[in-house]
Design a protein around this ligand. Structure first.
Ligand code: PEP
Length: 248
């Protein structure tokens, strides 16, 4: 049985004060123990959020990580640094990082391997652009992204990786893939995992959908068989919406 994971991706929003207030507001209202609730927050607030989420059901994720443990990489944050403050998850290869910060399939793979090595669970993002969708390349694109991300990942470790299928054209645009379309692509991603590893692994890997998920559409999305959660940007910034998303 795969435990769904609802993760709020705050992107570059909130101060430490606002973030702690958010957690204090939502922590006693989250009552759905059938899902894992995660907040993907900017680096600066992770330490304070770790304290604020102590004893709650909320887990924390970083939004990025470097693939080296230390060195001359100005501005980067390493897996050791995230581990030191008790971070559970890290988002890897979000489309905004692929688009604006030169994240490639190769760096996504390096980061995935490093995160696993340090026992930080990767949330690996894949998804097609609008042009790719319109030219019927969605499945080819996500296949390559998944195959590259999982290179050299053992089958035992592969089971721990979360995949977020996020069509780029649906992120922050208000456009959502229909739940059937999202389930279809996610089912295909499961096939890709099965072909790399085995049925057993493909049945354990959790695959989220992301792209303009909000309280009003989360239930429909979560009702699809192959969809194991959501990665939510905009709607996760509001405490009441975050509670509704997790308690859907
Ligand atoms: C995201 O940030 O991963 C995302 C899906 O954003 P939004 O929900 O705002 O589309």
């Amino acid at each position: 049985m795969r435990k769904p994971i609802i993760a709020g991706n705050w992107k570059m929003h909130k101060t430490i004060k606002e973030a702690v207030e958010f957690v204090n507001e939502v922590k006693d209202k989250i009552n759905n123990t059938d899902v894992e609730a995660v907040i993907c927050a900017p680096f600066t607030m992770l330490t304070e959020l770790k304290k604020a989420t102590e004893g709650t059901n909320i887990k924390l994720a970083a939004q990025n990580m470097h693939f080296e443990e230390n060195g001359a990489f100005t501005g980067e944050v390493s897996p050791l640094m995230l581990k030191e403050i008790g971070i559970d998850y890290v988002v890897i290869g979000h489309s905004e990082r692929r688009q604006y910060f030169n994240e490639t399939d190769e760096t996504v793979n390096k980061k995935t391997l490093k995160a696993i090595e340090h026992n930080i669970m990767p949330i690996v993002c894949v998804g097609e652009t609008l042009e790719e969708r319109e030219t019927d390349k969605t499945k080819d694109v996500v296949k390559v992204q998944v195959e590259e991300a999982f290179k050299s990942v053992s089958s035992e470790d592969a089971k721990k990786v979360v995949i977020a299928y996020e069509p780029v054209w649906a992120i922050g645009t208000g456009k959502t893939a229909s739940s059937k379309d999202a389930n279809d692509v996610i089912g295909y991603i499961r096939e890709v995992i099965k072909n790399i590893y085995s049925e057993d692994v493909s049945e354990e890997v959790r695959i989220q959908y992301g792209g303009s998920v909000k309280p009003s559409n989360v239930e429909e999305i979560m009702n699809e068989d192959d969809i194991d959660g959501a990665l939510v940007g905009g709607a996760s910034l509001n405490p009441a919406d975050y509670v509704e998303l997790v308690n859907f």
